[in-house]
Design a protein around this ligand. Sequence first.
Ligand code: MG
Ligand code: MG
Length: 260
Amino acid sequence: MSKTGQDNSITLKSPEQISVMHEANQIVAGVLSMLNREMRSGLTTLQLDRWAEEYCRDHGAEPAFKGYRGFPASLCVSINEQVVHGIPCKQTRIREGDIVSVDFGTKYKGFYGDSAMTIPVGTIPKRVQQLLLVTEEALEKGIEQVQIGNRISDISKAVQDHVEEQGFSVVRQFVGHGIGSNLHEAPEIPNYVQKKASPRLLEGMVVAIEPMVNLGKEKVRVLRDRWTVVAADGKPSAHFEHSVAVTAEGPFILSSRQDN
Ligand code: MG
Ligand code: MG
C-alpha cells in the first residue's frame, strides 16, 4: 500500500527490531511467492485475497491492510490499468493476458512488512512485458542507492531516470514511505526528484520503495469506490515494492523472495 497521509519524524530501528521486521517481511514475501505460483486465468480476485490472508494468519501475522483507513480487504489487487489499491471481489476474474499487481502487508510482533509485485497471466504484449521488467529494474536501481549518507532523492532519481529512459512514466500522486511500528512513517519516498530538500539515509532507517509506473501518461485518478487508483489514459500500469533496511553493509532487502 502506498502513502497518502502526513509525515511525522523518522525512526531508527535497532538490529533486533530490523530482525523482527525481516520476519514480518518474509511472511509478505511468502504470500507474494504463493500468489505468483497460483496465479491463473479464471480465479476471482477475492480468492487471491482469501489465500493471502490465510497464509498470513497461518504464519502468525495479521494482515496489515485490512481495515487500514477503512480498506475492506487484506490484499490490494490491481489489474491492467489499475495502478494500486484495487479491492478484491467475487465478481472480478483474472483473464489470460492480464497483468495483476498484488500488494500485501503484515503486522508481526508490533512491526510491519510491505511488498508488492506485478504478475503477468499467460502471454502479454511485448511493450507490457517491458513495462514490468523496467519497473522491477527501477526498484532494484532505487535499492542500490540505499547507502548511509545518500539522500532519499538519490533513490528517487535512480527510479525516475531508469523509467523515463525507457519511455514510461512514474506516478507522482502516490509515493513510498518509511515503515516500522507504523505501516506508513516518514520519510516519503517519491519515485521522482522533488525540488525540496531531501533527508539523508541513516543506519537503522527502513524504507518501502515502490515505483508505480504507467505505460502511458503519469496522470491517475481514483475510482468511485474511493480506493482503486487507475491510469487516467487507461493504459497498463505496474507496481513493485520492497521494504529495505539501511545498514553499514548496504541495503538489506527485508522482503526478498526465493523465486526472484
Ligand atoms: Mg505495499
Ligand atoms: Mg507501501
